[in-house]
Design a protein around this ligand. Structure first.
Ligand SMILES: Cc1cc2nc3c(=O)[nH]c(=O)nc-3n(C[C@H](O)[C@H](O)[C@H](O)COP(=O)(O)OP(=O)(O)OC[C@H]3O[C@@H](n4cnc5c(N)ncnc54)[C@H](O)[C@@H]3O)c2cc1C
Length: 526
């Protein structure tokens, strides 16, 4: 009979062998675990709830796995009609929300339908529809494996943020045992999320009864494929695979004008819709990403695992999708689920030339035509990271204007960028040239080019945009560069040509405007 695996403890049903997991049903079990495991760092357990937000390694985990099965809710009335509710970590979040609705207690209604345990909710400040567990959290009690102590952490000490917390940033240090939340005997919190207001047929800011909001959230989640159906075609999933990425105000303007949903999160940070960005690169619901990994039938941002899937393949698919979005938009996507278990240091790498995956040889033994380079910054931090093998510069680089040959080559998807230099800034002139270059990209069947602008405006990155562009080209993220002419690189003709040659040596096609590409000025406002 096959032994226990992480796959059996996670909703993706991926993950290798483990020793028999410890299922903790009451706090006595916990004390027993602490006694047996001791305090030493290497013995701290991997704590799991329902495994609905993790990608578990194919090689499994060699240490103790503790599964939180503790259940129970106690409620204590407080002044002003509030109720302090203390919940055991293993209690299902959906049961807590249903209990609160039946007691007409407000505060958790927007969390209806989120799978998993109450103890895991503070780990990524679980939330939806404009509300998160942090809005009602009073404190947690947690075992601190560093200190070997049971500690009570008030909400502010949990360092909750958008889909993050100190527990998520410091995996393995804490095991949350109970979660205390403060609920109120009032109508639901003001509805701030437009699709939920639409579902309820109320104005944003209204406060409908708690049960109505709970029902509307569940109905809306059902329609959007956000409920976990363990027997449906999308059973093996972890919900959204990427966080909605933070964007600058300029990026927000640019991408919302193109139709991307942009919202402000609870920390005041602008975020773009990760699902929309994925769709921009050609993904859609039901799409096959690899033989065994697909977008869910209902939404692009959920990937599902199928027969033959592996955790390595899943993380590789994430790395590839993230790379595609970054190449097209300049916006990096980061995974939402956590990578858990023991990840081998030897990585499987993606051959960007053929899109096939290979096990990476040590860097000093790479075949001649390949160089190993890590994704920068690593897609996952801590437990797991991914890498790539990028093709070296071809011996016969493309000449300017040969772009169509390359784009017709099915194994080399085009990754376009445009480069403009204008100092001091002339916003109107830059916008005009950018529009002309974007139109040229459209005419050539290229994706929307990522803009690299040396315009004297301070950016988050201190380096000149040209330097960043060359770096991107060197990493293989850009293989077509659109420019008005080589003069943008330098007014000195020789040094401008030298930059063109440098890009070509990095396997990039430099595409220049011709007189025919000029755009009537009024087209800019069209
Ligand atoms: C269909 C679907 C929809 C989803 N929708 C949402 C959504 O709308 N919003 C949202 O925020 N999330 C969503 N998720 C993600 C997930 O459900 C939540 O993050 C949930 O809180 C995870 O709970 P879990 O018990 O499954 O945690 P697990 O996956 O078991 O663990 C997640 C992480 O928390 C750690 N952990 C678990 N329990 C403890 C504990 N007691 N103490 C310390 N660390 C612990 C684990 O080590 C791991 O690192 C969705 C997932 C699915 C499959």
């Amino acid at each position: 009979m096959p032994g226990p695996t992480l796959a059996s403890l996670t909703t993706l049903r991926l993950g290798g062998p483990i020793t028999e997991p410890l299922r903790l049903s009451d706090l006595d079990d916990w004390q027993e675990l602490v006694r047996t495991v001791g305090h030493r760092e290497e013995h701290r357990p991997l704590t799991l709830g329902h495994g609905s937000n993790v990608i578990a390694s194919d090689t499994g985990h060699s240490g103790t796995v503790a599964v939180m099965n503790t259940r129970g809710i106690t409620a204590k009335k407080q002044e002003g009609g509030a109720v302090l509710v203390t919940v055991q970590a293993g209690h299902p979040l959906t049961d807590l929300v249903a209990w609160a609705a039946s007691e007409k207690l407000a505060g958790t209604e927007c969390l209806a339908g989120i799978p998993g345990t109450v103890g895991a909710a503070p780990v990524q400040n679980a939330g939806a529809y404009g509300r998160q567990i942090g809005d009602v959290l009073e404190h947690v009690t947690a075992w601190d494996w560093d200190a070997g102590l049971l500690r009570t952490l008030p909400a502010r000490a949990c360092l909750l943020r958008h889909r993050g917390s100190r527990f998520k940033s410091d995996p393995g240090r804490w095991t949350i045992l109970t979660v205390a939340i403060r609920l109120t005997r009032t109508p639901a919190a003001p509805v701030s999320y437009q699709p939920l207001a639409d579902e309820l047929a109320v104005e944003p800011g209204s406060r409908p009864p708690v049960t109505e909001v709970t029902t509307a959230v569940l109905a809306n989640r059902h329609r959007r494929g956000l409920l976990l159906d363990p027997h449906g075609p999308d059973a093996r999933q972890v919900g959204s695979v990427f966080l909605n990425p933070p964007v600058t105000a300029a990026q927000a303007d640019r991408w919302s004008a193109a139709g991307c949903p942009v919202h402000t999160d609870s920390d005041g940070q602008l975020r773009a819709g990760a699902g929309w960005l994925l769709e921009l690169t050609g993904c859609h619901p039901g799409q096959r990403i690899t033989e065994s990994i697909r977008c869910s039938e209902a939404r692009t941002l959920t990937l599902t695992a199928h027969d033959g899937a592996t955790a390595t393949g899943f993380t590789r698919a994430l790395a590839d999708l993230s790379g595609r979005v970054e190449a097209v938009t300049g916006i990096a996507l980061r995974p939402e689920p956590l990578a858990i278990g023991t990840w081998p240091q030897a990585h499987a790498f993606i051959d960007t030339g053929t899109s096939r995956t290979r096990r990476a040889p040590p860097p000093d033994r790479c075949p001649r035509d390949w160089v190993a380079t890590a994704i920068d910054p690593p897609l996952f931090t801590g437990a797991c990271w991914s890498g790539r093998v990028l093709p070296r510069a071809r011996r016969t680089p493309h000449r300017t204007g040969q772009v169509n040959d390359m784009l017709d080559h099915p194994t080399r998807p085009a990754r376009a960028a445009l480069y403009l230099r204008c100092y001091p800034t002339d916003a109107a002139g830059l916008d005009y040239q950018r529009a002309v270059l974007e139109r040229l990209a459209r005419q050539r069947g290229l994706p929307l080019p990522t803009a690299f602008l040396d315009d004297g405006v301070r950016s988050g990155d201190q380096r000149p945009a040209l330097e960043r562009l060359l770096e991107r080209a060197g990493q293989g993220w850009v293989n077509v560069v659109l420019v008005p002419g080589p003069f943008v690189f330098s007014l000195d003709d020789r040094s401008a040509r030298a930059t063109v040659r440098r890009l070509e040596a990095l396997d990039c096609t430099v595409l220049e405007l011709t007189g025919r590409d000029a755009l009537p000025l009024h087209a800019l406002t069209a």
